[in-house]
Ligand binder design. Structure first.
Ligand code: CTP
Length: 429
């Protein structure tokens, strides 16, 4: 909820300006107040009348709107807000902000404000990628300005790539995260690893303010102090997911079985060995927003591992290993009574009837999505860099072409971020 919060929304020029009308509606619906400043070029795309009707406030467009300094000056305007949002932020306004120009009401207010500023860039992909824009972004980030988006996709100019303004729902969620009291990102309880090393989380991106729990790698189930039961999982897909979630702004907790992979930066890694350790570590981290069980958890463990190394005694003396069932982490999380994450995702490594088995798993485990892949002989999935997956949900099956595990991870995390946003929005409506 944004009850009592005041947002100063600066709409600069760009085809995405029309989306800000939806943003104003979302803020108002959640109890917030919006004061709009429309730049000269912004007014080419939306009319002051439509912004005023939705916000219920007079729309300001140039410095001379404020000539009556006793009524509301630009300094006061910039201070009265709890948050200043620039959406869409054109390359031009970002360049002027980065250089401290005060050439109109919008930039004068931005220079005068002592409040947090959030920028939602929108521009052609070439303009976004230009060295000058990237330099300006770095400057603005260094000044403490936060960013949401841009998204990647088809653009109004017919090109494809990053530059599309983040969707209004995503901008709204970022505003909500920044203004939530106590701030969600800054005061969350420290977890075990953080106490030892201080980690920072990006404040921007569609998963900003969200926590993603990921299991990865194999588990090792001891037989005796030197032997164990394991499997061929390399952990690559789970680690790639962790990186992709972090890149979208999430706080990421990676509960990892023994793997030979570099520790990803900025990600909280909890190393575990057995399925039971993994189970306990995951439950301790709940609640989270998304849980992805990508680990190849051993289904069985040796009931009573030997304390000393088992010795060969004679040819006929083969040890009897009594096995016990391990806890099903995915099922436990998906059926958690008090802390079920909004999205629970599992993987299904199958050697036959891939999609059919994945459908059964979706129901039996109670999760929202199963990522199914073929791991039979001839497939290079376990340990390899490529993966061909099928996304199985109650809504149906999506077949994705073969791609690198990193690409699968990026596409999947974007899908989950969108899904989480609509879940959040549905909950608020
Ligand atoms: N999983 C889990 N805990 C377990 C076993 C599996 O969290 N003890 C998760 C995996 O991380 C994966 C999903 O469940 O996301 C599917 O695992 P899989 O081993 O393919 O399925 P099983 O339930 O073990 O069924 P089966 O081996 O009979 O195919």
């Amino acid at each position: 909820m944004l009850t009592g919060k005041k947002i100063l929304l600066i709409i600069s020029g760009g085809i995405a300006a029309y989306k800000c009308l939806e943003l104003i509606r979302l803020i108002k619906k959640q109890g917030g107040a919006v004061q709009v400043i429309l730049t000269k070029s912004g007014a080419q795309f939306v009319t002051p009348l439509s912004a005023a009707s939705l916000s219920g406030e007079k729309v300001l467009s140039d410095l001379f709107d404020l000539t009556d300094e006793t009524e509301i000056g630009h300094i006061e305007l910039s201070r009265a807000a709890d948050l200043v949002v620039v959406a869409p932020a054109s390359a031009d306004i970002m360049a002027r902000m980065a250089n401290g120009l005060a050439s109109d009401l919008a930039t004068t207010t931005l220079l005068a404000t002592d409040k947090q500023v959030l920028v939602a860039p929108a521009m052609n992909v070439r303009m976004w990628e230009h060295a000058a824009t990237q330099r300006n972004i770095a400057t603005l980030q260094g000044d403490g300005i936060l960013f949401v988006g841009p998204d990647e996709g088809d653009m109004a100019c017919g090109e494809f790539g990053p530059g599309r303004m983040a969707e209004p729902a995503e901008i709204f969620n970022t505003i909500d995260t920044i203004l939530s009291e106590p701030p969600k990102l800054l005061t969350r309880p420290q977890s075990r690893l953080e106490k030892r090393q201080s980690l920072t989380y990006p404040l921007t991106g569609p998963l900003a303010g969200k926590t993603v729990l990921i299991t990865a790698g194999p588990t090792h189930e001891p037989i005796d102090p030197v032997r164990y039961i394991a499997n061929r999982s390399s952990g690559k897909q789970g680690y790639a997911l962790a990186q992709a979630a972090y890149d979208l702004g999430a706080r990421v907790i990676l509960v990892s079985g023994p793997v030979n992979l570099p520790l990803p930066e900025g990600i909280e890694v909890l190393p575990v060995e057995t399925a039971r350790d993994m189970h306990d570590a995951c439950l301790e981290e709940l609640p989270v927003d998304i849980a992805i069980c990508a680990a190849a958890v051993a289904d069985w463990r040796v009931e009573s591992p030997a304390d000393e190394k088992m010795k060969k005694r004679g040819k006929a003396d083969v040890p009897d290993l009594e096995l016990a069932q391990n806890p099903d982490i995915l099922r436990t999380i998906a059926n958690h009574k008090t802390s079920r994450p909004a999205l629970v995702v599992g993987f299904a490594a199958e050697t036959q009837n891939v999609v059919e088995n994945a459908r059964k798993k979706l129901t039996s485990k109670g999760c929202d999505l199963i990522i199914a892949n073929h791991v039979g002989s001839g497939s290079d999935v376990m340990g390899g860099a490529q993966n061909t997956v099928h996304i199985v949900s109650q809504a149906g099956v999506e077949d994705w072409p073969e791609m690198a595990k990193q690409q699968v991870a990026e596409r999947l995390m974007r899908l989950l971020a969108t899904e989480l946003q609509s879940t959040d929005l549905r909950a608020k409506q």
